[in-house]
Design a protein around this ligand. Structure first.
Ligand SMILES: *Cc1c(COP(=O)(O)O)cnc(C)c1O
Length: 462
């Protein structure tokens, strides 16, 4: 098992190198050179496992260069930080199954991947004797999950830029109350876009990047996708046990296409997934792609589900590689055309293929609020606005009676304002947020200036 680039311009590399490379050096994304195909016997075996063991088996199909005992240990430590014994429990309300992915330390599904990635980075750096300085910009969820993934870890420092006073209070406090010596919160006097631009400029300074061993933690790292494949298997087993049905659908609130791409890989591995429902908010480039074959740049609109407010989906290229029959030159051409024209077009056959894999719909803020309200009134269960986007899609699309699992990507307490708007009360706060306001904080207010931020990193880097 080796890893290739969707642009086809690098030698295939082993898993460990793929993790450290992040983005492929030819500008593409890394993918396994072969997706293992499981038998129904394999699926039966996997169905019997507790989450950490399941994670070990599923990941082992893709990792050949880490000894089993070490991988087991990394996985066990990663999921011990979750506050539910099932790690990602499945609950049923109305006729929907809800896969709760928010039991990690920052209450969002990104913990499932970033708890694992933090431990994996630490393990690989100890082995190679290298150091890493992670630099990233966040609009909220990714930053706190990344910080919790690497806090206190050896040989890693992390610098996370967030726009000052422009993330939710809970999100801000989740980041700034982490006072470990290796964590640097930078509140920039600017917007999220400024943060992204600064990070990009720092990474484009190749001498700077090399000197300070800059690392990224964004959603294009293959190890993140890999960790997310596991819960599709887990949910499938739970639903099959309860319903006796083999084929199920998943509804996935989607932004950068990382979460739903993991489901697509699970499907290619032979997990009997009928349809993947790609649910978007008003930032609906991916819904236009699925329903009309139109992938074209739009403007970012702020919504009640901010973690899905994207313009371009960074993991989309991985799907395109398969849609194009694993033809990396076709992928490269599509992206160079795209950078000129701002759009991609698809043939009737390709559109048919997309329709075999996905259903999609766009959900407005109004519909999101109404879904939280109605679902609460009927079941007493409180959805966060991201999850509500997926639930609305599952309720409105025709799934011909196939059971559907909605991925719950955040705890409602993270988005209390939107929830309050819907049900007239604040959601219950889980224990990990107790006393958040009173904890000591560490954060640097800094100008949105690439030079100043590079100086800060240089002064505090490992
Ligand atoms: C990041 C995020 C998403 C979107 O996931 P992608 O992998 O980017 O599609 C959805 N909901 C929440 C709460 C998130 O944090």
């Amino acid at each position: 098992m080796k890893y290739l680039s969707t642009r086809g311009q690098i030698e295939n590399i082993p898993f460990k190198q793929a993790v450290m490379m992040g983005l492929a050096e030819d500008g593409g994304l890394l993918l396994p050179d072969e997706i293992p195909r499981l038998t129904i016997g394999d699926l039966d075996m996997l169905s019997k496992l507790a989450y950490p063991e399941l994670a070990f088996h599923v990941m082992s199909y893709f990792i050949r260069d880490i000894p089993a005992a070490d991988l087991k240990d990394i996985i066990d430590r990663s999921y011990a930080s979750f506050d539910h014994p099932d790690v990602t429990p499945v609950v049923k309300h109305d006729d929907l199954f809800i896969l709760e992915l928010f039991h990690g330390p920052t209450l969002a599904f990104k913990d499932v991947a970033l708890q694992f990635l933090g431990n994996l980075f630490e393990y690989l750096l100890a082995e190679s004797g290298d150091k890493m300085n992670i630099l990233g910009a966040t609009s909220g969820d990714t930053g706190s999950a990344a910080i919790y993934g690497v806090r206190g870890k050896q040989n890693i420092n992390i610098f996370i830029l967030h726009p000052h006073n422009k993330v939710s209070k809970v999100q801000e406090l989740q980041m700034t109350t982490v006072t470990d010596a290796n964590v640097f919160n930078l509140a920039i006097q600017g917007t999220f876009d400024d943060g992204q631009r600064i990070v990009k400029e720092a990474f484009n300074d190749l001498a700077f990047k090399k000197k300070y061993a800059l690392g990224a933690i964004n959603s294009i790292n293959w190890a993140r996708v890999l960790a997310q494949i596991v819960y599709y298997f887990y949910a499938w087993s739970q639903v099959r046990k309860q319903t006796g049905q083999e084929r199920i659908c998943f509804s996935v609130p989607t932004g950068n296409f990382g979460d739903i791409f993991a489901g697509y890989v699970a499907k290619r591995m032979g997990l009997p997934i009928d349809k993947l429902i790609l649910a978007t908010n008003e930032n609906n480039i991916l819904t236009r792609f699925v329903n009309e074959g139109d992938y074209s740049i739009g403007e970012v609109h702020p919504t009640l589900s901010p973690s899905m407010d994207i313009q371009l989906a960074s993991n989309f290229e991985r799907y395109l590689y398969y849609l194009y029959g694993q033809d990396s030159s076709k992928v490269s051409r599509a992206f160079s055309d795209f950078s000129r024209s701002g759009k991609m077009e698809f043939t009737a056959t390709e559109k048919q293929q997309v329709a075999n894999d996905f259903l999609s719909t766009t959900v407005s803020d109004e519909q999101t609020v109404a879904t939280i309200e109605n679902f609460h009134a009927r079941t007493g269960y409180v959805l966060d606005p991201h999850t509500a986007v997926g639930v609305h899609a599952a309720q409105t699309l025709d799934l011909s009676g196939v059971p559907v699992v909605c991925l719950a990507t955040a705890h409602p307490a993270k988005f209390a304002d939107a929830v309050n708007q819907a049900i007239g009360q604040n959601p219950q706060r889980p224990a990990c947020l107790e006393g958040l306001e009173q904890r000591s904080k560490r954060c640097e207010l800094i100008a949105a200036d690439t030079g100043k931020i590079k100086d800060f990193v240089a002064a505090h880097a490992l």
